[in-house]
Design a binder for this molecule. Structure first.
Ligand SMILES: [Fe+2]
Length: 194
């Protein structure tokens, strides 16, 4: 099955330029296209695994990278839809964050985002232990907490901020990300899996 590129209704953001968002959406589009193209090739190559062994192993590895890029960007852009909305202190998400992290969640999560290297700061929910796991995913496919649903996804690849803030501007971009975040989207994700 071919994956379809999703459309996002992103308002004007404060501190993240329209041009940056447009270019970023272009990259997202590339992930969807590449995922589909690789999937098609894999079927073709599967007809002769011996002859295509090298190509297969390369493409199998690359495909999860492209998939991660596709899905994570869908999580990312959706978080801006509807415009900035604050986290409701009386909501289930805020209560659980407070329970686990006290008032330290934001600085903690931002520090994960500020880790070196291209990747994503991601907050997962483990339904089994009923707790959050916050982590850093290298590129888009390495270091995931497997099978756990994603609550919050922060893209910290250079392409997300270099246009607006330069190569050293990751911290400013992360602040801008949180300024524009629609927390009601994040709350909904959390509430739906309880
Ligand atoms: Fe990105």
């Amino acid at each position: 099955m071919e994956y379809q590129e999703k459309k996002f209704d992103i308002p004007e953001l404060d501190g993240i330029s329209k041009k940056s968002v447009e270019e970023h959406l272009g990259l997202y589009s590339g992930y969807v296209k590449n995922f589909n193209a690789i999937s098609e090739k894999l079927i073709e190559y599967a007809a002769d695994t011996e002859k295509n062994a090298h190509a297969l192993s390369e493409l199998i590895r690359r495909r999860s990278f492209e998939f991660g890029g596709m899905r994570l960007h869908e999580h990312y852009f959706t978080q801006f839809e509807g415009g900035a909305k604050e986290l409701r202190p009386e909501g289930a998400l805020a209560k659980q964050l407070q329970k686990e992290y006290l008032e330290y969640f934001l600085p903690y999560f931002k520090s994960i985002g500020n880790m070196r290297g291209p990747g994503w700061a991601i907050l997962y929910w483990d339904p089994e232990a009923k707790q959050f796991l916050a982590g850093f995913t290298g590129e888009q496919h390495q270091g995931h907490f497997v099978t756990l649903p994603i609550i919050l996804a922060l893209d910290v690849w250079e392409h997300a901020y270099i246009l607006d803030y330069g190569a050293a501007g990751k911290g400013k971009y992360i602040d801008a990300f949180f300024k524009n975040l629609n927390w009601s989207v994040i709350e909904k994700r959390f509430e739906e899996i309880q």
